[in-house]
Design a protein around this ligand. Structure first.
Ligand SMILES: [Zn+2]
Length: 258
């Protein structure tokens, strides 16, 4: 199959387009013909690499994928060729306590499509049946592909962990990022007031008007003494660069279940 892949870590010049082996289809897995794949910052981090990363190469990036079912493994009986789908990129064991509690992102074997395994910068991608969801009919393939990593991350932060609700106020740092723009939309969906910080480029984008991604208040902040300025309920920090969330001690990882 055709794919965009890299044989060594580095800047975007390491990306190559060519033929790679189609991934094998396991009995409980689905082969999806990729119609759209979103660019996530994770793709850039993995492409550049980091100290200690031992990724088998060549590698195919791409975590956020929407497409059409091409073939299914023999154990998969509820999907058929031609079904439009969107892929949950969180790969987990499916049977440990964390997975059974719906906290599969804390599974000890948790991996992310496109980071730990070959992703969607390709004609086809193979994922377990449990990661394949029907594509909402009101979304294009491109719209569906931009949802998974960013919206799942923002939903976990705001709804599952912080239980954000109507009437509360949320500060979203880096609101122009993927997770940040998702957080703004989710917070407004539940009726919270949204205050956002963003770079000048993104502030201009908000001022130009993107109707679904519109904080209630956007300020150019030179310092992060926001806790002294505002009585905040929730702080979401979708990307690095701000010490505020760390300073307030709200970013600690969750412990193991009792
Ligand atoms: Zn698990």
């Amino acid at each position: 199959m055709k794919a965009i892949f890299f044989r060594k870590h580095g800047d975007s010049s390491v990306l190559e387009y060519g033929d790679v082996q189609e991934p094998p289809l396991k009995s409980n897995a689905v082969l999806v013909r990729v119609k759209a794949v979103a660019l996530n910052h994770l793709d850039i981090w993995v492409r550049i690499g980091w100290s200690g990363l031992k990724l088998p190469l060549p590698h195919v990036l791409g975590s956020d994928v929407a497409g059409i079912v091409e073939r299914v493994g023999p154990e998969v009986t509820d999907l058929k060729s031609g079904d439009p789908v969107v892929i949950n990129p969180g790969l987990s064991c499916g049977h440990c306590n964390r997975c059974l509690l719906g906290e599969d992102n804390l599974c000890k074997s948790y991996q992310i499509l496109g980071e730990h395994t070959w992703g969607g910068y390709a004609e086809f991608v193979v994922v377990p049946r449990q990661n394949v969801l029907p594509k909402p009919s009101n979304l294009s393939f491109e719209q569906a592909a931009c949802l998974p990593l960013t919206f799942l991350t923002a939903w976990t932060m705001l709804i599952r962990r912080a239980h954000l609700g109507a009437g509360e106020t949320v500060l979203v740092h880096a609101a122009g990022s993927g997770v940040g723009s998702a957080a703004v939309q989710i917070a407004k969906l539940v009726g919270a007031q949204v205050i956002a910080t963003a770079c000048p480029f993104c502030i201009q984008m908000f001022e130009d008007g993107i109707p679904t991604v519109q904080p209630d208040d956007t300020k150019r902040m030179k310092t992060y003494d926001v806790a002294e300025l505002l009585e905040l309920t929730v702080i979401g920090r979708p990307s690095g660069g701000s010490p505020a969330a760390d300073a307030m001690g709200i970013a600690e990882p969750a412990g193991d279940p009792a």
